[in-house]
Design a protein around this ligand. Structure first.
Ligand code: COA
Length: 321
């Protein structure tokens, strides 16, 4: 027994920040950002909390699935940075939704949604749960260095959610990790221990863009091939690819190496930037609400990110539009 995905939801802050606004903060331009990344604007948290948007996405997914919070057996949140170190975002949501189930967060950076699906899949396989809520929510704006033009233009905030029930619509799923803090990272608080001999580091995203770019193109391409193969289907059978929304050029470079038509790669990066773990579920929810998916469609999801991590899966869409 695995799962079927029976509901989606997404939510994001009200505040849009355009490339032109960023050009007033750092030495950049709308033209450079569009050409190098595909991003036109992103959403940024102002007076909302991460919990607010995570909760709004979760409620939309639950409504879409016709599932009440009390029916949930598991909540898994994927996030790099909850507002609390403890309690987890999943515990905060559990309280706010009025659910009563076990709840936990996982951090696999931009691959977090796929890792969370994998965690849920294990509980379904062991017969431990019948309904699960997976929420990916990120507050990247709280972690970027707003004086660093090489990173602050890339990211945005948002949340995406999915409700899962027992079923057999997950055809294959694979997650990987290869530890690397050199090329991409965000240091945590060092604390104030009087015995510590370590100096704290700035709590900002640092990145070697070109190294991450190479890793990303390879990972996207390799993991899509592997996961489609593992599902026992052909690349031509995939109805849509939902790639992590990090950079249009990364998606285009990977797409050029596979036998899946370019028109099947979905994207909304121009309006959201890179929302880390939330990017795939936000994209999925948008497309689902535009009735782009039909029962039986095979969707290939593929993410890569800090860690380095990757996550990919093939799902059969089971909902009527
Ligand atoms: N505006 C204007 N110029 C900028 C800029 C910006 N926002 N950011 C960097 N530049 C400059 C650089 O300083 C450099 O100038 P120089 O040639 O005078 O030294 C020039 O643009 C080229 O920089 P480079 O880093 O080679 O650009 P790039 O083509 O590799 O694009 C990224 C940079 C970050 C867009 C690209 O490397 C990338 O997408 N990497 C992967 C990032 C990613 O996906 N991270 C998240 C993974 S989950």
């Amino acid at each position: 027994m695995s799962f079927s995905l029976i509901g989606t939801g997404s939510a994001y802050p009200a505040r849009r920040v355009t490339n032109d606004e960023l050009a007033r903060l750092v030495d950049t331009s709308d033209e450079w950002i569009r050409a190098r990344t595909g991003v036109y604007e992103r959403r940024v948290l102002t007076d909302e909390s991460l919990e607010d948007i995570a909760c709004a996405a979760a409620l939309r997914a639950l409504e879409d699935a016709g599932v009440a919070p009390r029916e949930l057996d598991l909540i898994v949140c994927a996030t790099i940075r909850n507002d609390y170190i403890t309690p987890s975002l999943a515990c905060l949501l559990q309280k706010r939704l009025g659910a009563g189930c076990m709840s936990m967060d996982i951090n696999a950076a931009c691959s977090g949604f796929l890792y969370a699906l994998d965690v849920a899949d294990g509980y379904f396989a062991r017969g431990r749960i019948k309904k699960a809520l997976v929420v990916a929510a990120e507050a990247m704006s709280k972690m970027v260095d707003w004086t660093d033009r090489a990173t602050c233009v890339l990211f945005g905030d948002g949340a995406g959610a999915a409700v899962l029930s027992e079923g057999n619509d997950l055809l294959s799923l694979r997650v990987t990790a290869s530890g690397n803090a050199e090329h991409l990272g965000i240091p945590n608080i060092e604390g104030e221990c009087p015995f510590s001999l370590r100096a704290g580091k700035p709590q900002h995203v640092y990145m070697n863009g070109q190294e991450v770019y190479k890793f990303a193109v390879n990972a996207l391409c390799r993991e899509l091939e592997a996961i489609i193969d593992a599902a026992g289907v052909r690349q031509e059978d995939i109805a849509f690819v939902l790639p992590h929304q990090a950079n249009t050029r990364i998606i285009d470079a990977a797409a050029g190496k596979l036998r899946i038509g370019a028109e099947k790669y979905l994207s909304n990066i121009e309006r959201f930037g890179n929302t880390s773990a939330a990017s795939i579920p936000i994209l999925m929810d948008e497309c689902r609400r535009k009735n782009m998916f039909h029962p039986g469609d095979l969707l290939a999801l593929s993410a890569f990110g800090g860690g380095f991590t990757t996550g990919a899966c093939v799902l059969r869409w089971c909902k009527q539009s």
